[in-house]
Design a protein. Sequence first.
Length: 76
Amino acid sequence: MENNTSKDPLHGITLQKIVEQLVEFYGFDTLGELIKIRCFNENPSVKSSLTFLRKTPWARKKVEELYIRTLPKFNN
């Protein structure tokens, strides 16, 4: 029997869902402290953050890494 479930915790999750969950969990203030990028610190919004993160691979990677580290906490 073949198992098609991905081991990648980001599999099937959109960048928008990642940002929304992180903002809901941490809020923009804490998110801006954890990841020092302007889109989280100056007039933050999910929309502006997505625009920046889609164009900036290093920042997106930091957000995805924080999401993976935070995953266990989402369910508590």
